[in-house]
Write a protein that binds this ligand. Sequence first.
Ligand code: IPM
Ligand code: MN
Length: 353
Amino acid sequence: MKATIAVLPGDGIGPEVMQTALNLLDTIGAKCGHEFSYQEALIGGIAIDQTGDPLPASTIQTCEGADAILLAAVGGPQWSDPTAKVRPEQGLLKLRQHFGLFANLRPVKTYPALFEHVPLRAELLEGVDLLIVRELTGGLYFGKRQEQDQGADAYDTMYYSVPEVERAAHVAFRAAQKRRNKVTSVDKANVLASMRLWRRVVTQVHEDYSDVALDHVLVDACAMHLLTRPASFDVLVMENMFGDILSDEASVLAGSLGMLPSASLGNGTFGLYEPVHGSAPDIAGQGKANPIGMFLSVAMMLRYSFALETEALMIENAIDSALKAGARTADITSRGSSFISTSEFSATVKAAL
Ligand code: IPM
Ligand code: MN
């Protein structure tokens, strides 16, 4: 097949993990007879520096002309003054909103090869394979807001309409049907009105999915259960910021935040694929970045936007075998053990394809 991919490296470790990802994609293309062409564009801090805008119109245009977007990371200390008018993160939020990418899929699984490195007992990590469905274009991130320069005080609002919750719930139930038929809806219905609506709507949508079991759990309890019984979860569906927070927590189970991929989807096959990790400015340019989250995001792109399941599995299996063979980046190395650089690790994965 032929596909055009909008490539948005962004800030910090973004460019280095993106480079290894495109290299991996070229290898897959050559092996399997696909032609991937790349259109690079600016986003985030680097876009602010060069154009004054974290999401320039030219970037939107490039993305509109592509079959999928691959993004690495945005942000950094030089752009994080809390009084600044433009911030790198606004670029990413606008991009998600512009393309109506309301469902963010964040799969988390554990790797026996890394159990030793995870600060939880191995018996708890056995068989962990969960999927966080994070609602991505509503909730606290997109509700009515007042900035500190617009009044004496400032606020954000958690807002949901019925259709917004419905479509997120459908994504979760359909995903569960392809997995282990279980959905956990995460909310804060004991306190928040928007979350009582969330619980009611998810319960209603569930009526269409009699083959899927549904339970409701409060977000604070869920944060605990993710550490005490992570293997009991299949699909979790939740509000935007809850998903942001719990996915970082869940990344500890996998071994590192650097391991998690994500897919942001709307109604069609178009999607935005990005690792869950940020720009990690403290290690940028040192060859210490873990490219796994980016590689797995490429695999999700192949699977969801291009229907290339075999090729997606090739990447996932190659990562498994690299880890089994002992290849480690700095973030997944236990104290005192040796690690290899981003590009050496990438070469190991490529060789295992
Ligand atoms: C994420 C990130 C983003 C978010 C930031 C960079 C806007 O933390 O994708 O998890 O909060 O959604
Ligand atoms: Mn986050």
